[in-house]
Each structure stands twice: as C-alpha cells, then as structure tokens.
Write a protein that binds this ligand. Structure first.
Ligand SMILES: [Zn+2]
Ligand SMILES: [Zn+2]
Length: 360
C-alpha cells in the first residue's frame, strides 16, 4: 500500500521488554496497518506522571501495564498509511485516544466508553504493544481524534491530560462559582486554566510547593494558598465569609488533603476527585462534613464518559482560541534520543509537562 509519503522500513522506538528500570531505544521494523488501523508518524509525545511507574517498573506498573510495550500515551501524529478499512485519510493530524474501549461491555453499550470495564491502554502494553515514544505508531481509526486546527504538536500532545482537567471541570459546574483546586501539578494547573476559561468566578490554587503555586498563578489562579504555611480551611472560610467554597477539585491524591477537604466545602457544594490516593482515605465526622452537607461527589477517569470526542473538541477549541495557554505548562522539550535526560528531569521535580520528539 504505497502512499504519498515515503515511509522507511525501520524506525527507532523506546521499548520495555522485561522487568527492570528504564527503557531501551531500539531499531525495529515499521509496522503495517491492518483492518481499520492507521500508521502515524509521531509528531510529539508528552510524558505523564504515570510513565514514572512504567520507567521504574514498580508495583503500580505491574498492575497498569503489560510487557512488552512501547511507552507514551499522550501522543499526536500525522497519518501516513491506512489499513483497508481505515476511516481516516493520509495527511490527517490526529491525537490518540489512549483509553482503548472494547465497544461490547455494559458501559460501552450505554455509550460510556471512557469507563469501559475491559479498557485497554495505548502506551501501557494493554491490548496493544504500541506507544507514542516511537517514530511511527499503529492506532485503530476509532481511537484517533482528528485535529481541526493548526495548534502545535507539543500542544496537541498535551490535549490528552488537558481532557482529564476539562472533564472534571464540566462535572463540577463552575460557572459563576468560586473553585478551590487542591494540588497544582500538571493536571491541577490545567484544571485552573480550564475553570477560568469556563466561567469560574474566583479560582484558588493550593499546594505545598512554591514553584507549582507560581505556575498556578500564571495559568490563571486568582489567589494561591501554600498549605505548608497556612491552614487551608481557615483561609477558605475567611475568603468566603464563613460559607465555605462551592466547588473543590482534588488533584493531589494526598490522603491528608482528601481527608480534610470536606471541612472547606460549602453546604450543597460539589467535589470532583481526580488525584489517586495511594492509601485508604478516612473522613472525620462524616455526618457534619459530608452527609448533612448534601454534597455532590464525582470522580473522573479520562474524558467525558458518554462523549469523549466532545472533550477532545472542546480542549482543542480552548487552546486554538488562546483561552487556555497550554504552551505555558510545557517546561521542557527533548529529542527522543535524550529520553534518559527527559526522565531524570521529571524525577528532579523541576518540570511540569515534558514533551519528547521521536523524529529528532
Ligand atoms: Zn497521562
Ligand atoms: Zn467496554
């Protein structure tokens, strides 16, 4: 199947074939798309916090991934070859919907694709060995989001994590509401930017790291609270005339934050949980802090569960219109040949989003 673009027979890709630290850069054959698959030339791949687990191959990695695989799930590329049943044309720029839903389970039958109970995952060796840290990659047509604008490859790669933030903010219903975002890591600062873009009144960012709080301000937070210096509940009560805050988005996953956020919440308020607590969570006084407050608690996993394309479209629109400055969260960029430097930078805690370019 010859196409307009020349595709070489071999390519460079990061691989993890056995348990142990890091990845290996290997020269492997460029795969041929079958059925509805397309072959994309990868333009950019952003690194995610969860890739740290895959790099180190810790206990979490053994649950969320399967050997062998190519890492990278925040991926954008250009279609260069199409399988016989592909529904996308060569030359189209796409982002990868990394949550590979089955299309057959109860959730999928009810159009809740992003919480498919048999979910596979691109870049994790789940149902596919392929991932975005590769010069070329195979993706089924149905897991491609077709870009509509000319946003940069680095921005397009970051639409995947931004989608999680967007989904959370849609669930939270922030228009004309004050919002508290706990945890100002990559997802938290994206939540702040999306909340402002979607009409929140005041947005507060809370974290223990001054560098993250600076970025939170840059991304649109009206005020930031360093929770290693101040009692979060006291500050929030002071700023809300003792009412508590109407909307909280929890992005830290830190058990003390998850356990106590309820005391800052206004009666009748909404909470959305994104951060992943690695220990059990425990709420003191659940009657007064939760049940009698008539709160609405939501959680998210990936994009809008009944219409993931809506999330992709809205995120691309907000970036293309300059309403979310995705560029500002990208602190580092590396050629794929320097992937070790990229991961060391991530481990140093000095980076927000890091983008890798497989063609360099
Ligand atoms: Zn990710
Ligand atoms: Zn399913």
């Amino acid at each position: 199947m010859a196409g307009a673009v020349e595709v070489p027979g071999k390519m460079l890709a990061l691989m993890k074939r056995e348990a142990g630290e890091s990845f290996k850069i290997e020269t492997i054959p460029v795969p041929n798309p079958q059925g509805d698959e397309v072959l994309i030339k990868v333009d950019a791949n952003a690194i995610c916090g969860s890739d740290i687990n895959l790099y180190r191959w810790n206990e979490i990695a053994r649950v969320i991934a399967a050997l062998p695989f190519t890492p990278g799930h925040e991926t954008t590329g250009t279609v260069v070859r199409c399988g016989p049943e592909a529904t996308i044309k060569e030359g189209q720029r796409v982002c990868v919907e990394n949550h590979y839903f089955c299309g057959k389970c109860y959730q999928c039958e009810h159009q809740n694709f992003s919480i498919c109970r048999n979910m596979n995952q691109y870049g994790h060796g789940k149902g596919t060995p392929h991932g975005g840290c590769s010069e070329y990659s195979i993706v089924p047509s149905k897991y491609c989001y077709q870009l509509k604008t000319n946003i940069s490859p680095a921005e397009a790669a970051c639409l995947e994590p931004m989608g999680v933030a967007h989904n959370a903010i849609e669930r939270l219903e922030v228009e004309d509401e004050d919002v508290l975002v706990i945890g100002c890591g990559p997802i938290g600062v994206l939540v702040i930017a999306v909340a402002k873009a979607m009409g929140a009144r005041r947005v507060f960012g809370a974290d223990i790291n001054p560098r993250q709080l600076d970025l939170a301000k840059q991304m649109g937070a009206d005020d930031v609270i360093n929770t290693s210096e101040h009692n979060l509940r006291d500050v929030i009560m002071e700023k809300t005339n003792g009412n508590g805050i109407g909307r909280i988005c929890e992005c830290s996953g830190a058990p003390p934050a998850v356990n106590t956020l309820w005391t800052s919440l206004r009666k009748g308020g909404n909470v959305v949980l994104i951060g992943l607590p690695k220990q059990p969570i425990h709420i003191e006084d659940p009657l007064t802090n939760v049940v009698f407050k008539a709160v609405q608690i939501r959680t998210v996993h990936g994009r809008s569960f009944n219409d993931f394309r809506h999330t992709w479209e809205e995120c691309e629109r907000l970036v293309a219109e300059g309403k979310v400055k995705l560029r500002d969260v990208i602190t580092h960029e590396f050629p794929m040949s320097k992937f070790e430097d990229a991961f060391q930078t991530l481990f140093s805690g000095k980076a927000c989003k890091i983008v890798i370019y497989p063609q360099q």
